[in-house]
Design a protein around this ligand. Structure first.
Ligand SMILES: C[S@@+](CC[C@H](N)C(=O)[O-])C[C@H]1O[C@@H](n2cnc3c(N)ncnc32)[C@H](O)[C@@H]1O
Length: 255
């Protein structure tokens, strides 16, 4: 029987899926600073400047690392799939919402994207990829599931492969005007849709230093930076695992 904590966690994660399903048609308003996300010309300019920084850094990374096969976790409506697909040979894009996958398909032209409808907390990769990409997903992974999640990422990578993370830095103006200001500690927030309906979701704000430490503890050598205001971004390279006597796996020291 699941204990009370597990049932609470499962219900929160189910609410999180329901939220993104219901939000699919209005999701992009956040990224393009429309309607409730419009914070006025000055803050919008800071947002778009930070967007340009994370996009340029991603393009430069792909140019240098030349991944061929990319796994995109929680692909959403395609705000990043549209950038990945033309730059790599193949993208496998996973998301739990059929509604956002439909938006993604409509946005991303190209026959090199394969969509997988799956719950990432249950899904296991059957293939290996050169790069695992996730934008604005890690902040929705409860800390209690962090290690298991990164073990799945490791399983999805070829030897020498790497993960790439883009996510939210904590800033009171990053979310909609009618959302409560982000709270660094809580980890659970209430989100509203345009029709006023409310959902509870997980939202954790990782900072570059603590995320780098957490990733080192699960065997990833990460280089994570913060843009001036709104985002964190960077890559995490997967080191080999060594075995302790008694077979308990331990992360290899970072290179
Ligand atoms: C904040 S959005 C990020 C979307 C996209 N990566 C982007 O940058 O715009 C989070 C995404 O996670 C998906 N999602 C939520 N829970 C999920 C789960 N358990 N398994 C897979 N996808 C999930 C949602 O459907 C949504 O598309």
């Amino acid at each position: 029987m699941p204990d009370e904590h597990e049932s609470e966690d499962a219900s929160l994660l189910a609410d999180q899926i329901a939220y993104y399903r219901a939000r699919a048609g209005e999701y992009d308003e956040w990224w393009f600073r429309k309607r409730r996300f419009d914070r006025g010309p000055d803050l919008n300019r800071e947002w778009f400047d930070d967007v340009a920084i994370v996009e340029r850094a991603l393009f430069a990374f792909i140019e240098a690392a030349r991944p061929e096969r990319v796994l995109e976790l929680a692909c959403g409506t395609g705000l990043f799939t549209r950038h990945l697909a033309p730059r790599v040979r193949h993208v496998t894009a996973v998301d739990a919402s059929p509604e956002v996958i439909a938006c993604n398909r409509a946005r991303v032209e190209g026959d090199n994207v394969e969509y997988v409808l799956a719950d990432l907390f249950a899904w296991k990769p059957a293939d290996r990829y050169d790069m695992v990409f996730m934008s604005f997903w890690l902040s929705h992974v409860p800390l209690g599931r962090f290690d298991a999640f990164w073990s799945m990422v490791r399983q999805a990578l070829v030897a020498g492969g790497c993960a790439y993370v883009i996510d939210s830095a904590i800033d009171p103006t990053s979310t909609a005007r009618d959302h409560p200001a982000p709270d660094a500690g809580a980890g659970i927030v209430t989100r509203k849709l345009n029709d006023g309906s409310q959902f509870r979701i997980v939202k954790l704000f990782h900072d570059p230093a603590s995320l780098t430490r957490r990733l080192a503890a699960v065997g990833f050598d990460a280089t994570i930076q913060r843009t001036p205001r709104y985002f964190i971004h960077g890559n995490a390279r997967c080191g080999p695992r060594t075995k302790r006597p008694g077979n308990a796996p331990v992360a290899a020291p970072s290179r």
